[in-house]
Design a protein. Structure first.
Length: 445
């Protein structure tokens, strides 16, 4: 069977974990293709809440095999801890079920130290990195000096490579950033232990994926972050260091585009962003606070990984159209519709005002975006509790109208509408997928 790719259409934190979890119920392989432990996917199963950072969300289904692809950067400490914590909660995370690409690059302590030092040196111009070492690791990958999972298979050689890398990075920490050096022997010893634990998981995940596709198995590709954080297509330089878009699934996992059938864009019903960078629809008022929540619930707008409060605002339809363009969405999944319940009026940004000019396309320049002011449509809100809705017909008319408008902006039907954090609190529309398949079949030669 062809592959499905899940992408975020905003600045990340769209609720991809829940949608991945729902689709994983029908998948044989769930594969993570980009990012690192700077991302977090939250999955709610009954009363249990799982915050996953590196292990794909599909691990919670016993029938799935989960892959961490070559496009992911992996902190061995974080992955070891996450495996241990899942095992303690009764989840099977054996090497038969979880596989790590031999080509994935490793986040080391010096990457984290350099990330924090570089961010601090930028002062008010800081990017808003999570300081998890993501950028420096991708930088080493591009510079061809990084360590890869493959290196962990030879313990003696790995120790020597780690020592040499620490000594080289210490020179940068001390001379450029005036930071204390790391002990190369202590780091090498500690990470040799992690290597021994993770070595059984290391394999050629591209080959595993290829064989699964040839056998007709269903593959689900899980991205981290969102389109607007893409290194090439996002709000540069306020972006991540990898490719969260649909094309990133191909390079981040190592398979060809002919296998992709579905590209599901996850759209939060409002807009959020973590860290620095322009956000035209940001609300610095009581409505923004209302959308964010208090932080008392796991689904409030606070980072799964960092705990940082997210910037909140109305849905940005200009950015959504752009994400649909970049990814070629076949369908969307709307999340957190229930959070809008109780608002008298709901706004959607449909264009920008830039120095008196109306813009309907997303600008390439972050500087231009920072000067853009949102042009809004206003829609009536609803007060009815929608968490029990299981079909679109169960929604109040105002909520249904809002869903239809989001579909128009994305030029794609909503296959899923999430009305609460739980698995069952979801409207699933199989006709959305069927409609797209029919359009493809009827497309003229």
């Amino acid at each position: 069977m062809p592959a499905t790719v899940i992408v975020g259409t905003q600045w990340g934190d769209e609720g991809k974990g829940k949608i991945t979890d729902l689709l994983a119920a029908e998948a044989h392989i769930v594969a993570r293709y980009n990012g690192g432990d700077n991302a977090g996917h939250t999955v709610t199963v009954g009363e249990d809440i799982f915050a996953l950072h590196l292990v794909p969300s599909g691990i919670l289904y016993p029938h799935t095999t989960c892959l961490i692809g070559n496009g992911v950067v992996v902190n061995p400490r974080t992955l070891s801890r996450e495996i241990e914590e899942l095992a303690k909660r009764g989840v099977d995370v054996s090497p038969e079920r979880l596989k790590l690409s031999a080509r994935a690059h490793l986040i080391m302590p010096y990457d984290i130290a350099l990330d924090g030092a570089a961010e601090k040196s930028l002062g008010e111009g800081k990017i808003g990195t999570t300081k998890r070492g993501i950028g420096p690791t991708y930088g080493d990958k591009a510079a061809r000096v990084g360590l890869r999972s493959w290196d962990m298979l030879d313990e003696r050689a790995f120790v020597e490579k780690v020592r040499a890398a620490v000594e080289a990075k210490n020179a940068v920490l001390e001379r450029i950033y005036d930071q204390p050096p790391l002990n190369p022997y202590e780091v090498a010893e500690e990470y040799a232990d992690f290597a021994a634990r993770l070595a059984p998981y290391v394999t050629d995940t591209s080959l595993v994926l290829h064989e699964a596709l040839r056998a007709g198995k269903r593959v689900l590709c899980e991205g981290a972050q969102g389109t607007l954080l893409d290194l090439d297509h996002g709000t540069y330089p306020f972006v991540t260091s990898s490719s969260p878009i649909a094309g990133g699934a191909l390079t981040g996992l190592g398979f060809g585009p002919r296998h992709i059938e579905r590209i599901v864009g996850v759209v939060k019903a409002f807009q959020t962003r973590v860290g620095a960078g322009p956000m035209p629809t940001e609300l610095l008022d009581e409505v923004g606070d209302r959308l964010r929540g208090t932080g008392e619930q796991p689904w409030d707008e606070y980072g799964t990984t960092t705990g940082r409060p997210r910037r909140c605002g109305w849905l940005d339809g200009v950015a959504l159209r752009y994400a649909a363009q970049i990814n070629g969405l076949t369908e969307i999944a709307i999340t957190k519709l229930d959070i809008l319940t109780g608002l008298e009026t709901i706004k959607i940004c449909v264009a920008y005002d830039y120095r008196g000019e109306r813009l309907e396309s997303f600008p390439a320049s972050a500087e231009v975006l920072a000067e853009c002011r949102p042009i809004y449509e206003e829609w009536p809100g609803w007060s009815e509790d929608i968490r029990g809705a299981r079909a679109l017909s169960d929604l109040p008319q105002a909520a249904l109208d809002y869903v239809r408008r989001v579909e128009e902006l994305a030029d794609a039907s909503a296959a899923f509408v999430s009305v609460g954090p739980g698995r069952q609190e979801t409207i699933r529309r199989q006709e959305a997928r069927s409609k797209r398949q029919m359009e493809v079949q009827l497309w003229p030669e």
